[in-house]
Design a protein around this ligand. Structure first.
Ligand code: GDP
Length: 478
């Protein structure tokens, strides 16, 4: 398989070279040349992926037990941090989420920021999900973080912690602390998203491609543990809609998201779905495969479009009365709708999502508790994984990058934030070892919004030329 993959890499290179030459020679034939290129390159690229996936499965088979063990350790660490033997003496963290304009995923990530602090500081997290009126029924859907310590402290005596200026040592000695999450940047100096427990980092790093998401996924998954009745309802929902494997889940985010991330055509999602099923059939020759797709979306029109354009695929969805469109988000049906959509994608064999969405990120996080490394069962169509308020956003250059002078950024660009960043086009130079701070916007293989601490320049660079810098933190492993 390795030999075959190396040969395929050469064939791809030759194909690119030939097609580029043809385009230069026959500029008026662009369409037919590109059609020809697509016809040849797509099956070649997909069989390349098939071979690499097969290799990966063979080489990592022995890691699965270790992943299962580490998943158990992570959940036990969080459980123990939240279940003190003596609640009266235990330290508490009162969390209140007052970030007003927030959907389900955004809200859960706000609570998640608090959970990182509670777990890190060994404080029992105190909160009341029923205060969140946008999604009525949250309190009876999810288990409380603690079985042994529930709101037994006098909230009025609490010390209010201002995390941005907070001093960790003084926080550490107070018995009760309140933590008001008012927005994405409310985070703790040490225990915040983006960190990984230092004592288990060497183990998880050996078997998982993305330890940062892995730990975050465990914290979020713990917070979103379903109560028994909610779990039973979800299981009967799956039966009703015939949620059978193999199944690919897609999340098509539309409606009010367009100001933050450009909406993508359904074809972009289905391209990955089609290729995944092609590879599935190569792996299971002779099987009669129903190409089933769980379609999660906030835009009901997408369901009609999918059924019209892809009649040979079976699309399954949540009932539409629980539509997630902005006019209809505040009801218990809406909560069930978004929750089932998220859980169904968690349970799919492969997913296609946009990580610019809190929904996509929540799904990817929940998949971290599965007995595998979920890094290779996702096709993400836009930004790299991120968590608002995440520590660092640090990357290091692993390859040089020398853009031509015409593509280089100058010193003055890159000062604007977020909204304009996606429009950046100029590139910055990288040298191996450069210390980089990177926003998460990503398009066409380029990371957008990067800052090079050596050159002090802001701009784009290819994502494959950098790697994540992991940030260990001293979580208690009990
Ligand atoms: P983001 O805005 O995409 O980052 O994610 P949020 O969760 O913060 O807000 C989006 C909200 O839109 C969700 O909480 C849902 O109410 C709704 N929504 C988005 N996608 C879906 C979906 O696939 N299904 C349902 N039922 N609702 C969705």
């Amino acid at each position: 398989l390795i030999r075959k993959s190396l040969q395929t890499a050469l064939q791809l290179k030759e194909l690119f070279r030939h097609q580029t030459e043809m385009l230069m020679k026959r500029p008026n034939d662009t369409k037919s040349i590109l059609d020809h290129f697509k016809r040849l390159s797509e099956p070649l690229e997909n069989s390349f992926r098939f071979d690499l996936e097969t290799l990966l499965n063979i080489l990592t088979k022995g890691d699965l037990e270790e992943i299962k063990e580490l998943n158990k350790i992570a959940q036990t660490m969080i459980y123990k941090s939240q279940n003190p033997k003596d609640c009266a003496k235990a330290k508490k963290l009162h969390c209140s989420v007052i970030h007003k304009t927030c959907g389900f995923g955004c809200m859960m990530h706000d609570y998640g920021s608090c959970m990182f602090v509670a777990v890190g500081e060994g404080r029992s997290m105190q909160y009341d999900l029923n205060q969140q009126t946008t999604y009525p029924g949250l309190g009876s859907t999810f288990k409380y973080a603690s079985d042994t310590c529930v709101n037994r402290t006098n909230f009025a005596q609490a010390i209010h912690w201002k995390p941005l200026f907070g001093n960790l040592t003084t926080i550490g000695t107070q018995e009760v602390v309140t933590f008001n999450i008012t927005g994405p940047f409310t985070s703790h100096p040490l225990f915040r998203p983006g960190t990984v427990p230092d004592k288990i980092l060497p183990r998880i790093q050996r078997v998982h491609a993305d330890p940062k998401v892995w730990w975050t996924g465990h914290v979020i998954s713990y917070f979103l543990r379903l109560q028994k009745s909610a779990l039973a309802d979800y299981e009967s929902f799956k039966k009703k809609i015939r949620f059978n494997h193999p199944i690919v889940g897609i999340h098509v985010r539309r409606t009010d998201k367009h100001t933050e991330a450009p909406p993508l055509a359904l074809e972009r999602y289905m391209d990955h779905v089609i290729r995944w099923f092609d590879r599935y059939e190569m792996r299971h020759p002779g099987d009669k495969v129903i190409r089933r797709v769980y379609l999660a979306t906030d835009e009901p029109e997408v369901i009609k479009e999918a059924n019209t354009k892809y009649p040979s695929y079976t699309f399954v969805t949540a009932p539409r009365k629980s539509s997630g469109n902005p006019q209809n988000r505040s009801s218990s049906a809406a909560l069930a709708g978004i929750l089932y959509d998220i859980l169904a994608l968690k349970d799919s064999d492969f997913i296609v999502v946009t990580l610019s969405s809190n929904v996509g990120r929540t799904i990817y996080e929940l998949r971290q508790t599965l007995p595998m490394d979920p890094t290779f069962s996702i096709a993400n169509l836009d930004d790299s994984y991120n968590y608002w308020g995440e520590i660092g956003h640090k990357k290091v250059a692993t390859m040089d990058h020398k853009p031509p002078p015409s593509a280089m950024c100058n010193n003055t660009q890159g000062r604007e934030y977020f909204a304009h960043m996606r429009k950046w086009t100029c590139e910055i130079e990288l040298r191996v070892g450069d210390d980089l701070q990177v926003m998460f916007f990503m398009e066409h293989g380029y990371l957008i919004g990067g800052y090079n601490r050596r050159t002090h320049l802001h701009g784009l660079f290819p994502a494959h030329k950098v790697k994540e810098v992991l940030i260990p933190a001293p979580y208690n492993t009990y």
